[in-house]
Structure formats: C-alpha cells, structure tokens
Design a protein around this ligand. Sequence first.
Ligand SMILES: [Zn+2]
Length: 67
Amino acid sequence: MTSLTSVPAHATATAPPPEGRQKTSLFCPSCGHESPITGDWDVEQTADGRAYRCPCCHTVISSRPEN
Ligand SMILES: [Zn+2]
C-alpha cells in the first residue's frame, strides 16, 4: 500500500515494456548450464507440458507450474 503515484489504468502514454531480461531463465542442476527459456534448450513436448533438455549434458528439466 505504498503507491503514491496515481496512474489511471488506461493512460494514453503506455510504452511497451522494453525487451530486457524479463524472460524466465532455466538452470540445469546437473551441469550448471543457464540460459533463457527461449535460449538454447531443446524443447520437447510431453504429456505433462514442455520439457527442456540441457544442450550440454542432456538432462531433461521439466518446466511445470508449481501446482
Ligand atoms: Zn546440463
């Protein structure tokens, strides 16, 4: 409850968010390889969703929601 600036929800000057490092990064627990989720992971579609295979050690890192 510390919002001092009252910006209307539909302000006209809404700049798009910068293409920064907002992307989620994945981290391989086996070899320590780290890369954005859009990086060099080998993405596999599984029954549960997506799995990301580490390009270094080929460990599959499942990226599932916490629930
Ligand atoms: Zn790895």
